[in-house]
Design a protein around this ligand. Structure first.
Ligand code: ZN
Ligand code: ZN
Length: 257
């Protein structure tokens, strides 16, 4: 299995995952043109996408959903709540498939399992994506980490995890108080400390890649997020990377143990 974070942050989010002949996007929060360009930058094409899985209906996760679905005939998968919330903005889709939180969606070489997260939208989810040998978990846009969520993220081989803000920078930064409160609420975003706390409990021998994601451009700095994550993983041999807003990561391999 291979994956690339095509971009991450409040201006847009999308992750590419492939195994065998199956390829999907988690979210499409950039324009269709931008997603096509970023896929091309890792040697892949929108033509080969089998599906787009949507976490929730915020614009930074759905901007390109409608245009990609219609233009390239790509089915879109999400929860009932997200589909209801997304529809007015993404318009008619080539095909729309609803799943229940906790369902297992089988798509050729990939199995995709959604799980509930805590965010200020109708029915937001994260995903664990497997190919029968390795798994990748995607979890951003959550204000808290439940027991179930932690369980879903455990034992994965790759992890894309939210490190949204540095609490001090958020407090001292330009955001109005109401916005600050929303960010740090149970329905907002995980701070560096929150992300590091979760990560610490998830480290195991077969965890190879951890991508720090959805960093705030205003209230965080990649060095601070990395420092928090490094102290969480300790001596474990985990590759840590910060996902950028403007540039796709390389195509990263998740190898079988
Ligand atoms: Zn969101
Ligand atoms: Zn977001």
């Amino acid at each position: 299995m291979y994956f690339s974070v095509l971009g991450s942050g409040s201006q847009g989010n999308s992750v590419y995952v492939e195994s065998g002949t199956t390829a999907i996007l988690i979210d499409a929060g950039f324009s269709g043109k931008e997603i096509a360009a970023r896929l091309q930058s890792i040697g892949r094409s929108i033509e080969n996408l089998n599906a787009i899985f949507v976490t929730h209906e915020h614009q930074d996760h759905i901007q390109g959903v409608g245009v990609l679905s219609r233009r390239c005939k790509i089915p879109v998968y999400s929860t009932y709540g997200t589909i209801q919330g997304g529809e007015p903005r993404w318009g008619e889709l080539y095909k729309c498939v609803e799943f229940g939180t906790g369902d297992l969606v089988e798509m050729q070489d990939l199995q995709i399992r959604p799980f509930s997260i805590s965010h200020d939208t109708a029915d937001p989810v994260g995903f664990v994506i497997g190919n029968g040998k390795v798994t990748l978990a995607y979890c951003t846009d959550t204000g808290k980490v439940s027991h179930l969520l932690r369980k879903r993220l455990s034992k994965c081989n790759g992890l894309v995890l939210e490190f949204n803000h540095d609490p001090q920078m958020l407090r001292d930064g330009p955001y109005p108080l109401a916005v600050q409160q929303r960010v740090r609420s149970d329905h907002g975003h995980l701070s560096n400390e929150d992300g590091a706390g979760v990560l610490q409990s998830l480290v195991h021998d077969q965890l190879h890649y951890v991508i720090l994601a959805h960093l705030s451009a205003t209230n965080n700095h990649p060095d601070l997020a990395l420092k928090a994550a490094r102290s969480a993983v300790g001596e474990a041999s985990v590759h840590l990377k910060v996902a950028a807003q403007g540039l796709a990561t390389e195509l990263l391999p998740l190898r079988e143990p």
